[in-house]
Ligand binder design. Structure first.
Ligand code: PLP
Ligand code: COI
Length: 341
């Protein structure tokens, strides 16, 4: 298979149409057998549930080329499970986990020419999603749904790649207590659009959201969880019912303990203690681990001791170990790597 002629090292985090996508439709209580199509467009009734009441959920994972030339995916079973939880919370039918894994595998295989080569710094981002497709005008769940998967080659989520970013404490909330912050629903991201545009206009790369009820505890950003490193090298990550359970963050905690012998803590993190941490990073499929150099709270600057030039030393070790596992040059824990071909 010949790779596409793409300047892999210089692509950003954007959409590039690839050759094939997967589609399965749910009607009269069952999913059809599904399959690949070349048609990237979705035609919907004007009153479709997704268009009127935002009944849509999604996932995000990546495929990588390993050093020995295989194409692999990182923990797709975890995305399949999280999508089940998202579907249940939005009253949507569950797309079976084994079918999810088959669908993403088929889609990546069909777009193998777009999987960036090893060492290019780019990866193939995989976007599974599902939405209510039939007309709904009273507020209720749809009866018909479409599950789809597309892929797009991507580079770093933040401009500058591994350079530390500056973020602000947001005045807006991302998720309500007992709301939908813990699932991957499009509505959470719609909530964050005004906040991210505001942050960008003020020169910040991202928002730090605090808990909506008390505004004293650190939650997450618009597209990633936080990790903090204490001055005695402990990895601390916020625990909250209203943040997305990041697969990257859960993998990092495992890697920290089992590969690097570091202590980890998943607990409530008060905003007041952020000034005492040595390092801070954003973690997620898109963000990988992006270092934070400075956090600005209404004009008060918190400058992380790791500085604005490079990742802090512990963040760097975590980054190298995690990406080493994903790219296949560090042995992965059992079941983390799914070989596509
Ligand atoms: N938090 C939010 C709001 C996200 O959108 C994402 C991205 O998926 C994450 C965290 C990171 O999750 P994961 O590591 O599973 O990609
Ligand atoms: C991901 O990391 O997969 C996400 O969904 C985050 C989004 C900002 C692209």
């Amino acid at each position: 298979m010949e790779k596409k002629q793409i300047d892999w090292s210089n692509i950003g985090f954007g959409y590039m149409q690839t050759d094939k996508r997967y589609v399965s439709n749910y009607k009269e209580g069952r999913w059809d057998e599904g399959g690949l199509t070349s048609d990237a467009n979705v035609v919907l009734n004007e009153c479709a549930g997704v268009l009127q009441y935002a009944q849509t959920i999604f996932e995000g994972l990546k495929a990588y080329t390993t050093e020995d030339g295989r194409i692999v995916m990182f923990r797709p079973d975890m995305n399949a499970k999280r999508m089940v939880n998202s579907a249940k919370r939005l009253e949507m039918p569950v797309f079976p986990e084994e079918r999810f894994i088959d669908a993403v595998t088929q889609t990546v295989k069909a777009n193998a020419a777009y999987v960036p080569p090893y060492g290019s710094g780019a990866t193939l981002y995989i976007r599974p999603y599902m939405f209510g497709s039939n007309p709904v005008i009273g507020v209720k769940p749809a009866d018909e749904y479409q599950f789809r998967v597309f892929t797009t080659p991507v580079g770093p989520y933040f401009k500058g790649g591994a350079k530390p970013i500056v973020i602000k404490v947001s005045d807006f909330d991302r998720a309500a207590p007992h709301g939908t912050g813990h699932i991957k629903a499009g509505l959470n991201y719609a909530m964050s659009l005004h906040a991210i545009m505001t942050a960008h206009a003020e020169g910040f790369a991202e928002n730090m959201y605090l808990d909506a009820a008390t505004r004293t505890k650190v939650e997450e950003t618009g597209g990633a969880n936080f990790i903090f490193i204490t001055k005695d090298n402990k990895v601390v990550t916020p625990k909250s019912d209203s943040i997305l359970p990041s697969i990257t963050r859960r993998s990092i905690l495992y890697v920290a303990e089992k590969y690097l012998g570091l202590e980890t803590e998943e607990r409530e993190v008060c905003f007041d203690e952020v000034k005492d941490f040595a390092e801070c990073g954003l973690c997620g499929t898109a963000a990988v681990i992006s270092p934070v150099g400075k956090i600005v709270d209404h004009g008060t600057e918190i400058c992380l001791p790791s500085g604005m030039d490079d990742m802090g030393p512990v963040t760097k070790k975590l980054y190298e170990t995690l990406t080493g596992i994903q790219m296949g040059h560090i042995e992965a824990p059992e079941g983390w790597i799914k070989v596509v071909e």
